[in-house]
Design a binder for this molecule. Structure first.
Ligand SMILES: CC(C)(COP(=O)(O)OP(=O)(O)OC[C@H]1O[C@@H](n2cnc3c(N)ncnc32)[C@H](O)[C@@H]1OP(=O)(O)O)[C@@H](O)C(=O)NCCC(=O)NCCS
Length: 141
């Protein structure tokens, strides 16, 4: 993959989102917060004109407690603010740039919520398998 084929960095609601090549064949989308902490990512492998979404994740983590304040549970939660959708959008745009015909993957986790999430982004769902036909989307635009 050549750098010219990678989506340019973008700023979205204070997060910097970038796309990096992922060797040997694929790419990763990262979202970085203002402290340069990784707030979310997606990992995609590419084979010919097919892409596979290996993982998509948005940070929700409990941090170590302060010794002087043990009852306080500091937490960083970036979910349900649209960040996962924005990362998935970048994945889809990057697939378009690479001329990929189909993006597929598997639902792992909360099946009901994830079915809604992927359906909202145009995926068809068959059991736990998700598929986005980019070829027909391209034909429509
Ligand atoms: C799935 C995930 C990436 C969505 O990221 P997000 O930033 O919360 O997504 P958005 O804010 O763009 O969209 C919210 C939607 O995500 C889905 N969602 C929310 N919490 C979820 C959870 N715990 N598990 C699965 N999906 C969830 C819902 O469909 C929600 O829709 P709603 O607004 O109607 O409730 C994030 O919840 C996550 O990292 N989950 C854990 C890892 C995971 O399940 N990855 C998917 C593997 S297939």
């Amino acid at each position: 993959m050549h750098n010219a084929n990678l989506l340019k960095d973008e700023l979205w609601k204070g997060f910097r989102i970038d796309v990096q090549e992922f060797l040997p064949d694929g790419f990763m989308v990262h979202a970085w917060d203002k402290r340069k902490l990784c707030a979310g990512y997606a990992k995609v492998s590419v084979h010919r004109q097919q892409a596979k979404l290996g993982d998509i994740y948005v940070l929700d983590r409990l941090l170590p407690r302060f010794k002087w304040c043990p009852w306080y549970k500091p937490r960083i939660n970036y979910r349900n603010q649209g960040l996962g959708s924005q990362i998935l959008r970048c994945v889809i745009i990057q697939c378009h740039i690479l001329g990929i015909h189909e993006l597929s993957g598997e639902i792992v986790g909360d099946r009901e919520a994830l079915t809604l999430f992927y359906r909202r982004h145009g995926f068809s769902i068959n059991g736990t398998v998700i598929t986005l036909d980019l070829h027909s989307l391209r034909g429509r635009s």
